[in-house]
Design a protein around this ligand. Structure first.
Ligand SMILES: O=C[C@H](O)[C@H](O)[C@H](O)COP(=O)(O)O
Length: 273
């Protein structure tokens, strides 16, 4: 493991630094920046820090970029728009992962394409609901998991941006693990999910929006799975759930992440796989 530590006056401007490296015998690389005014940082400020850093560090001119969805990805899209407008970045095309993100990107003048014409992306940037020690994720509490997975699995680099509240000891412990299902016989699919061996004991609820089922960008429903304990074998769960007819996609994003950029009150950490 390789540690690099630097002091920054605040999350936006570096005023001086030192670096310390040590090799702990693993291939995981961790880069840390500690902030002196960190105690004042709100969650939104932390999201902005990682959103901006992801674009600054991983996007260069000429790239095809996947744009994630959610309150953290929002800042990456904002930064990309800003850098295209200033001319710091050129010849970028982007693929949004939701209608919300598409509208934000259009508003910022970011040129958009689709997987139909650009099936390989240089980089995709997105938030997450949970990440574990192996950089596996739960995503989709904002309902965008299907388009996110379709786009992000096609990226050469998948950069995840989070605040440190998203770190979990095991997947499935901090809230729902969403599963996108067809509206047709959704209750039947919900009961099948509840009975799946790999997620035994979970509770399953149809996601609602007021009195109506929540409808995704793809006109599907979402069943949220709730666990008392972390999912024991996420790979087995991913396989069993996806094999169910009626399931469109699930929110386990396994072995996809290139790096996680984490902002916490102690500073920013980049964990590369
Ligand atoms: O469907 C939503 C996405 O998976 C989001 O990336 C995820 O919910 C994290 O969102 P936020 O950055 O708002 O916490």
């Amino acid at each position: 493991m390789n540690f690099q530590t630097g002091f920054v006056a605040n999350f936006g401007s570096r005023i001086g630094s030192f670096q310390r490296s040590s090799n702990l015998g693993t291939s995981r690389r961790v880069t840390r920046s500690a902030g002196r005014v960190r105690m004042a940082a709100s969650v939104d400020e932390l999201k902005k820090v990682v959103g901006y850093k992801s674009v600054d560090d991983y996007v260069t001119s000429g790239m095809v970029v996947g744009l994630g969805t959610g309150s953290t990805a929002y800042f990456a899209v904002e930064r990309l728009g800003e850098k295209l407008k200033s001319g710091e970045l050129k010849d970028i095309v982007a693929i949004p992962t939701s209608i919300r993100t598409k509208e934000q990107a259009e508003g910022l003048g970011i040129p958009l394409v689709t997987l139909d014409t650009h099936p390989v992306l240089d980089v995709a940037i997105d938030g997450a609901d949970e990440y574990d020690d192996d950089l596996n994720l739960v995503k989709g509490r904002g309902g965008a998991l299907l388009r996110e997975k379709m786009v992000e699995v096609q990226a050469k680099k998948f950069i995840v941006i989070v605040d440190d509240s998203k770190k979990v000891p095991g997947l499935g412990v901090s809230g729902a693990m969403p599963v996108e299902v067809t509206p047709f016989c959704w209750e039947y699919t919900l009961n099948k999910l509840k009975g799946a061996a790999s997620v035994a004991g979970c509770d399953a609820k149809l996601r609602m929006e007021g009195d109506e089922p929540y409808v995704t960008d793809n006109d599907n429903y979402i069943v949220d799975l709730y666990f008392e304990e972390p999912i024991k074998d996420a790979n087995a769960a991913a396989k069993e759930i996806l094999e169910m007819v009626g399931v469109v996609e699930h929110g386990l994003f396994l072995d996809m992440t290139t790096a996680v950029i984490v902002a916490g009150k102690e500073g920013v950490e980049v964990i590369e796989k």
